[in-house]
Each structure stands twice: as C-alpha cells, then as structure tokens.
Design a protein around this ligand. Structure first.
Ligand code: ATP
Ligand code: MG
Length: 372
C-alpha cells in the first residue's frame, strides 16, 4: 500500500521509506512508502504521474555521494538506488543524524533503453487509409484532429498559440517538444528545426508539406501544420504518449508482429501516395497508450530534407546500400530499413556489430556526414 503525503518530512521508521519527489519549479512532495521491498519502478512513475500530471515522465534521477545524478529507468536500477540510499541511512544513524528522505528528480526526456513502462499494447485492427478509428474508445482523437485541421485550414497555427512544455527528444535535425495549443486546448508534438534558408526556399517547403494535410491513415502521424519563425521551422503533429520504439529495447515477438502489421500498413499507405518514407527506423515509429502505432518523419519535402542534410551528422545505420552509394532507390530501400529496424526491435540491440570510429566516437554505428 502506498501513501502520498505532502509536507515536510524528517522522521523515518524502520518500515517506512520517504521519497521526496523534487518538482522542476523547486517545490517537493514527500511520499511515504510503507512496503518499500515491494516497490516497483512503475509504482514510482505512477506517483510521479500524479504529482506532475502534465508531464510525460519516463525515468527519474537521484544524487550519489558526489552530487552526480544517476538515472533510474528499471527495477534493477531502482534496487541499486535503494541499496545506496539505505547505506547512507545507516551512516546517518551511526552518526546520530536526522534521516534524510530519498530525493528523486523526475526526468521528462526519454532515457536510452527504458522498457515498456507505458504498458505498450498494440492494436492493428483499425482500417488503414481511410482514417477509420474503430480502435479508439470514442471519437475523441478523430474530433481533435478535425478541430486542429480546421484551425490549420484557417491559417491559425502559429507560434503565439503554442506553449512549449517538455522536451520529448533531440534528433539530428532538431528538438521535439510536447506543447499545448491554446486555441484548441490540445496537446501537440512540435518539432523545431533550425534552418538558415531564403524566403523562397521557405515557401517551397511549405508548399511541399501540403500533401501532409491530405494524409489520412491511422498508421501515419497526424499533421496539424508548420510555420517558420526567424530561422527555424516548427512542424506540429499529433502527440504520441508512448514515445518512439527505439527506447523499448527487446519487444516480444507476438507484440512485434502486430507492430509490424501497423508499420507495413503505414508504409503501404505512403507508397500509394507516391511518398517514400526515406527514414524508416525505430525512433520514427511512435506508439500511444491506445495501442496505436504510427509512422512519423517521412521525407515528404525534398527541400526540407536537403536543407536539413546540409548540417546533418547522423547515422545511416538503417539506410539501404544503394542509398549510401548514391544510386537510384525506391520502395525496396524503405523495405531494407524496415528489416534492419525490426531485427533491432526483436533482438533488443542493433543487428550488426558496432563500428569503433577513430577519434573517440565509439558509440556510433556508422557515421555519415551528408553533403547532398
Ligand atoms: P533523427 O533526427 O535522426 O531522425 P530521431 O527520430 O530520434 O532522430 P527526432 O525525430 O527529432 O529524432 O525525435 C526525437 C524524439 O522525440 C523521438 O525519438 C521521439 O521519442 C520523440 N517524438 C518525436 N515525435 C513525437 C511525437 N509526435 N509524439 C511523441 N514523441 C515524439
Ligand atoms: Mg524522428
């Protein structure tokens, strides 16, 4: 049984563990756990979710004796944290000091390698292509997309109406934020990419992005609009509360099979519109707690892809050989990337040995500086 207590805390008995959840604005909430041995990582995330209902918290941190922050994203890591904490408690007891609560710091950004902490469930029953949403318990998502599309059609998607909240992740091109859209009251994901380009190119990108408004599939991320402010473009899309598949590590085969169905349906839909995805990889496959799987970040605007590529230093680990060598490529190149991605998701690691790159970049799989 877990109790959530607010207020100052200093005392601790042998059964109770007091966890002090530090909130980003400097405040703190104390939580008394009366059955610490049974405490699971997920329980802690659930309580953080009650304390910070608007944030997507996927991990938390604690401080070691040197003040370094250690990330906790699994039961094992939590055990290590508790064992470290109890050793400090013993020291405090020996020295006759007041027992300090265990301080933790919720972390909103995705950690590398968290497990299926969202209780991922996959639903591939929804019809592709038509936007049919029979997978949804109500029409709420459909309605929200419709509302947002209406806003967009009126040219109302702009920076003033967007309140940026958490950072969902950084990619090579830019940063993705969870954001609140004031006019519709909806939560969005906004990808902000710095781009130093002419007005002419900006216009070209905006017109190339127009096809995204027509995309209507339950396997493709909903697109709400884009705008330029100074030297950066913001792309507003549907927010997926389960994040991307790259952080789920090894996914059981029966779940992965269903994910594969959704991804293939998404790709088939894009190909039917003569759009190649061009960047199929686990971080571009998003999931939500409704059990939906959707593709994002497909290369619909050649100008946008080229503009990002000029400053891009990223991985081509999922890229088909014909693309790496600059030959003509097509649907089969997306299929190659799909295969590598699913091997990774099934194995829980990238399928090929990692290459050590001289100069200390040993963590990179393959490094490519695109100069397209
Ligand atoms: P790259 O830049 O090489 O494509 P990436 O796909 O990891 O790498 P981004 O596309 O910038 O980089 O995305 C960063 C992270 O933001 C993703 O890995 C994902 O976890 C998160 N993210 C992106 N779009 C959404 C969304 N619509 N809803 C929720 N999370 C998202
Ligand atoms: Mg991406």
């Amino acid at each position: 049984m877990l109790w959530l207590l607010c207020g100052p805390c200093g005392a601790m008995d042998s059964q109770a563990l007091v966890i002090r959840i530090k909130i980003p604005d400097g405040a703190a909430v104390d939580w008394t756990v009366h059955s610490a041995p049974q405490l699971l990582f997920r329980d802690v995330l659930d309580v953080i979710g009650q304390v910070l209902p608007d944030a997507t918290t996927t991990a938390f941190e604690y401080e070691d004796e040197d003040g370094d922050r250690i990330t906790v994203r699994s039961d094992e890591e939590m055990k290590a944290m508790l064992s470290y904490y109890y050793s400090t408690v013993m020291e405090q007891q020996v020295n006759g000091q007041l027992i300090e609560p265990l301080q933790i710091y919720p972390r909103a950004c995705k950690p590398p390698g968290k497990r299926n902490i969202h209780g991922l469930k996959v639903n591939t029953r929804a019809g592709a292509g038509s936007g049919a949403s029979e997978a949804l318990p109500s029409n709420s998502l459909k309605k929200s997309s419709a509302e947002l599309k209406k806003i967009l059609a009126n040219g109302q998607m702009n920076e003033q109406d967007i309140r940026y909240r958490d950072i969902l992740g950084h990619g090579n091109g830019g940063t993705v934020y969870k954001a609140y859209h004031v006019r519709s009251g909806k939560i969005l994901a906004v990808k902000v990419i710095p781009l130093d380009i002419t007005l002419e190119l900006q216009k070209q990108i905006m017109s190339e992005l127009e096809i995204l408004y027509k995309c209507d599939s339950s396997y493709i991320i909903g697109f709400y609009g884009a705008f330029f402010v100074e030297n950066r473009i913001s792309l507003c899309t549907e927010f997926m509360d389960g994040g991307s598949l790259d952080v789920y590590r090894k996914i059981p085969e029966h779940v992965l099979g269903r994910i594969a169905v959704a991804v293939v349906k998404g790709l088939t839909y894009l190909w039917s519109l003569k759009i190649l995805h061009r960047d199929v990889k686990p971080s571009n496959m998003l999931v939500n707690t409704r059990g939906q799987v959707k593709l994002c970040d497909f290369g619909v605007s050649t100008q946008l892809v080229n503009s990002i590529a000029k400053t891009y230093v990223g991985t081509n680990a999922y890229m088909a050989p014909e693309r790496i060598s600059g030959e003509q490529y097509g649907i089969h190149s997306d299929v190659w990337s799909l295969g590598i991605s699913f091997m990774e998701l099934a194995l829980g690691r990238f399928p090929y040995p990692q290459l050590a790159v001289p100069g200390g970049m040993s963590d990179l799989k393959v490094v490519l500086v695109c100069a397209l």
